[in-house]
Design a protein around this ligand. Structure first.
Ligand SMILES: [Zn+2]
Length: 138
């Protein structure tokens, strides 16, 4: 592939850290992760892909509890590369840490509110796309 900026036959630089836009609404972490391939010669953005991120938290808390509040405390991501036959897949691997406040599920709605317990959990998420299906930018 020839780069329109530097006009060289280039290879992709796949070292850029994915751009994360994550939020949590309690039971889930949602958002997007964008990966971009740049020209290894001049850094022009050549291809990108945006993944929809959806991480379920409810399965990660103790039985009998429900999530009252959640907050992302750390997040990191890296681009992944996998060769399969002639196809190259680019992807995104995300690690998030979430601070949760959980409470015992009330069996009787008239019961006094259960005490909140703090909990920290870590979740991994990843997805990938064939290079040929990524959007061309240049
Ligand atoms: Zn270039």
């Amino acid at each position: 592939m020839r780069c329109p900026e530097c006009n060289k036959f280039m290879s992709f630089d796949d070292s850029a850290e994915p751009e994360l836009d994550l939020d949590t609404d309690g039971g889930e972490v949602n958002g997007s992760a964008r990966i971009v391939l740049t020209c290894a010669e001049c850094g022009t953005e050549m291809k990108d892909a945006t993944f929809a991120v959806d991480i379920d938290l409810a399965g990660s808390i103790p039985e009998g509890y429900e999530i009252e509040d959640s907050e992302i405390t750390t997040q990191s991501a890296e681009m992944t590369t996998r060769q399969q036959g002639r196809n190259v897949f680019y992807g995104c691997a995300i690690e998030v840490t979430i601070a949760l406040k959980v409470k015992l599920e009330a069996e009787d709605p008239n019961e006094a509110p259960a005490e909140l317990t703090s909990l920290t959990i870590s979740k991994s998420w990843s997805d990938e796309i064939p290079a040929s299906e990524m959007d061309e930018l240049a």
